[in-house]
Design a binder for this molecule. Structure first.
Ligand code: 4AD
Length: 463
């Protein structure tokens, strides 16, 4: 069908003014008088809708004037300038075809709906201003991320979603099985007989593509993954989802410093890209969701991220322990309240925290010379806390094996990983950017459920 996108009407207005155009979209609102009426139509291609004026010259005037909000229509008419109005133009309808009617109980009426309510209709919420903006920007961020890495010759690797290992060692995995759970086959000693299962061994949905990603970095030097990850983390918070997307670059012949430089330039690139390519949506977020958003993001691209070691951060935070629910002390993991205090109150910009105690980090991180800390980095941003977690990887075979044994991990599960340290081991590092947290950061949305089309969180797997 030869339809014009509303986006093109706005972007190339002069080309279309005073010509006949045809658009297809959904009715946002309708007002009518005796012989004429106005329909606001949005086709999802642009943040602004278009006003259509119709009158009783239409053959199907009676059908049109009774349309309900939500109906799908195809409008043909002349695009005329309306310099005295808020919108630069309107369409004077010559023909309106009703593609699909709607009913009066359409759940999205003109009044303002709460985000909580809209979460209950996740199949319809992308038709609202806020969610249209969120999901367009989400799509642009994904594109910007690929563009950033592809421009730098990183190879995009598709790591598996079903795995036999637990990358983070946190035991927060969703098991994958074809066994009848009501009748699980057992060994004589009462343990589960996985030889009867599909893969002949226990398997789970991946928590991170990193380990597989590292194997490709040892072949291509610079790679990245961008895919879904799953965590059965019983955290019912505004920044945890059970299914989320992660971007995991891995760079060879590189250390923690290179890792941080990459992370900082990636985040700045994404922010710039979105500010340039979604100005209407970003202005909307700034006006209606988070007043200081644009100033904050503009400051981020024009200044350096702060840096602090974990040990220094603890010294700073200990002085403010009276403000925290969880008191800080060396050895304890940073909670969201501590992360946000550092980035929002102390540094007032993104901050890299490095060199965490080995006990609170994953087995694969490179041991520092002090024997107590590892070459880890978390990037914390205002409004969210941790958005990136990364590290330089342990590239020494003996040290890695010792760590695997120390933590009681099954050596046979990590043979491939150990091989990398046996056959041409090279210094390497990488990080994981939580995609949804990145979308929250760039839009100012404060709940992860509102930046995922169909969120999966504790007790929630609707649609
Ligand atoms: O810090 P994490 O656990 O790091 C890893 O998984 C490493 N394997 C990454 C790497 O070095 N290649 O997770 C990385 C990021 C976090 O900083 C956070 O932004 C996001 O993933 N994340 C979550 N996002 C939403 N919901 C959850 N449950 C998340 N868990 C982690």
């Amino acid at each position: 069908m030869d339809l014009v996108n509303i986006r093109d009407l706005f972007r190339s207005k002069d080309e279309y003014l005073d010509t006949t155009v045809t658009i297809g979209g959904w009715v946002r609102s309708l007002r009518n008088s005796k012989n004429f009426g106005f329909i606001v139509v949005n086709d999802g291609t642009f943040f602004e809708p278009v006003q259509v004026v119709f009158s009783n010259v239409l053959e199907n005037f009676e059908e049109v004037e009774k349309l309900n909000v939500g109906a799908a229509i195809i409008v043909t008419g002349k695009l005329v300038a309306t310099p005295e109005m808020k919108q630069p133009f309107e369409i004077q309808a010559e023909k309106i075809e009703v593609e699909g009617a709607s009913t009066p109980d359409y759940p999205l009426q003109k009044k303002k709906h709460s985000f909580e309510y809209l979460r209950t209709i996740s199949h319809l919420r992308p038709r609202t201003n806020t969610f249209e903006a969120v999901f367009r920007v989400r799509s642009l961020i994904a594109y910007a991320i690929h563009k950033f890495f592809q421009e730098r010759d990183f190879v995009y690797v598709h790591t598996p979603l079903i795995t036999g290992s637990d990358c983070e060692g946190a035991g927060e995995m969703f098991q994958v099985t074809t066994m009848d759970l009501a009748n699980v086959p057992k060994n004589p000693d009462g343990t589960v007989d996985y030889t009867k299962d599909f893969f002949n061994k226990p398997t789970n949905l991946t928590v991170s593509g990193q380990l597989n990603g590292e194997t490709y970095a040892m072949a291509f030097k610079n790679i990245y993954t961008f895919g879904p990850t799953f965590r059965a983390e019983n955290s019912n918070t505004t920044r945890h989802a059970a299914e989320f997307w992660m971007i995991e670059p891995e760079i060879a012949f590189a250390d923690l410093e290179d890792d941080m430089i990459l992370a900082e330039s990636m985040l700045k690139y994404i922010i710039r890209y979105v500010l340039e390519n979604a100005p209407e949506e970003m202005a909307f977020f700034n006006n209606f969701i988070d007043k200081g958003l644009l100033d904050r993001l503009n400051n981020v691209v024009n200044s350096d991220f702060a840096r602090v070691t974990y040990t220094e951060a603890i010294e700073i935070l200990e002085k403010h322990n009276d403000k925290f629910e969880y008191k800080v002390s060396w050895g304890a993991d940073l909670q969201t309240e501590h992360e946000r205090y550092l980035t929002e109150e102390i540094y007032k910009r993104p901050v890299f925290v490095t060199d965490y105690p080995k006990e609170i980090k994953a087995f694969y991180m490179k041991m520092n010379e002090d024997g107590k800390t590892v070459a880890a980095v978390d990037c914390l941003v205002p409004g969210i806390g941790e958005i990136i977690g990364g590290s330089q990887r342990e590239d020494d075979y003996d040290k890695l094996l010792a760590r695997i044994n120390e933590l009681g991990l099954r050596e046979e599960d990590y043979e491939f990983y150990l091989d990398l340290r046996k056959y041409g081991s090279a210094r390497h590092a990488g990080f994981g950017l939580g995609f949804e947290r990145c979308v929250m950061y760039l839009t100012g949305m404060s709940n992860i459920r509102d930046v995922i089309p169909f969120p999966r969180t504790v007790n929630n797997c609707e649609l």
